[in-house]
Design a protein around this ligand. Structure first.
Ligand code: DGY
Length: 317
């Protein structure tokens, strides 16, 4: 029997579907570390990968029998897809089913940051609340403001739909412009990056990580942003240059930031932890039971599809 390596826990019992066809090596308690992964992958026919594991050329070269890399997540920046393709290895991911949960997380962070919800919670727990005060943790309303969305795929579009409820003006920047029909249905305006940065009161990053987006938010970008702006990152950490973000916050170039993703997880610049205008969450974008069950099913089904000679639903090309 061929070996399928599942590099971390999945939700639900879809793993059992593999037992008839494969010898399954399942890390069901914790995601493997890179070293253990690099070792175990050598004998694998298929792997189910987690975002935190790097599948680079070295890993791919060492896995001579590898046929499929089924990634739990939509972002595949952890995988050298070009290299996998050149070796005839199929790469799949889990889009669509996580759009609602990731978009809701983005809007949640927008609200948390704009209304100082986490700081308010901290004050209550620390016993620092001494009674109602007219200027305690003044936030800013989303209602009627301009929201910028960087990367307007399915997650960005879902955010735009939610933003309609706040009567926001929504600008977006996407590699490919959306259709007129979609733009008018979601009341979206396509703009270039400079206008997105200059005009947004709130800016959400959902863009994938690639050469174009790497460190797109550096000091030069922060200098262009409104000093009242709030930035939310639910895409990939390295889209923001973290050291420049620290400088931007120190200089009050922007009003606040909410990060669900870090440049070099799980590490982060120490200053970020201390800053009251920084909201931090541990990569929870798709972390709902609904999304994670569906993602777990998709990664298993993709492996079975390849094994049975079908084209999986979500090929990464
Ligand atoms: C994704 O799908 O890319 C999420 O960030 C989970 O890794």
């Amino acid at each position: 029997m061929e070996k399928v390596l599942i590099t971390g826990p999945l939700i639900g019992d879809s793993v059992n579907k593999l037992n008839d066809h494969f010898k399954v090596e399942y890390y069901k308690d914790e995601v493997m570390n890179q070293e253990a992964f690099a070792h175990a992958v050598k004998e694998a026919w298929g792997i189910i990968t987690m975002t935190s594991l790097r599948v680079d050329q070295h890993v791919i070269d060492s896995a001579q029998g590898l046929k499929v890399i089924s990634n739990l997540g939509v972002g595949c920046d952890n995988i050298d897809v070009a290299c996998a393709k050149s070796r005839g290895i199929i790469v799949t991911n889990t889009p669509d089913i996580l759009s609602a949960s990731t978009a809701e997380m983005g809007v949640g962070l927008l609200l948390a940051a704009s209304r100082c919800i986490i700081e308010g919670d901290r004050i209550m727990r620390a016993g620092e609340f001494s009674g109602w005060k007219v200027d305690l943790l003044l936030g800013s309303e989303l209602n009627g403001k301009t929201l910028g969305i960087l990367g307007c795929g399915r997650i960005g579009q879902t955010i735009a739909r939610i933003a309609m409820g706040f009567e926001m003006e929504v600008l977006y920047r996407n590699r490919n412009r959306l259709t007129h029909e979609l733009e008018s249905r979601l009341r979206l305006t396509s703009v270039d990056f400079d206008r997105l940065v200059d005009q947004s009161d709130f800016l959400i990053i959902t863009a994938p990580l690639n050469e174009e987006s790497h460190h797109l938010f550096d000091l030069k970008t922060f200098e262009r942003m409104k000093s009242s702006a709030i930035l939310v990152n639910i895409g990939r950490g390295p889209v923001i240059k973290e050291s420049d973000l620290v400088i931007a916050l120190e200089r009050n170039l922007i009003a606040g930031v909410a990060l669900d993703v870090l440049e070099s997880p799980p590490n982060m610049a120490a200053q970020l932890k201390k800053h009251p205008n920084v909201t931090l969450t541990p990569h929870l974008g798709s972390a709902t039971t609904e999304a994670r069950i569906a993602m777990s099913e998709l990664v298993i089904d993709a492996v079975i599809d390849v094994y049975e000679g079908r084209i999986p639903n979500h090929l990464v090309t």
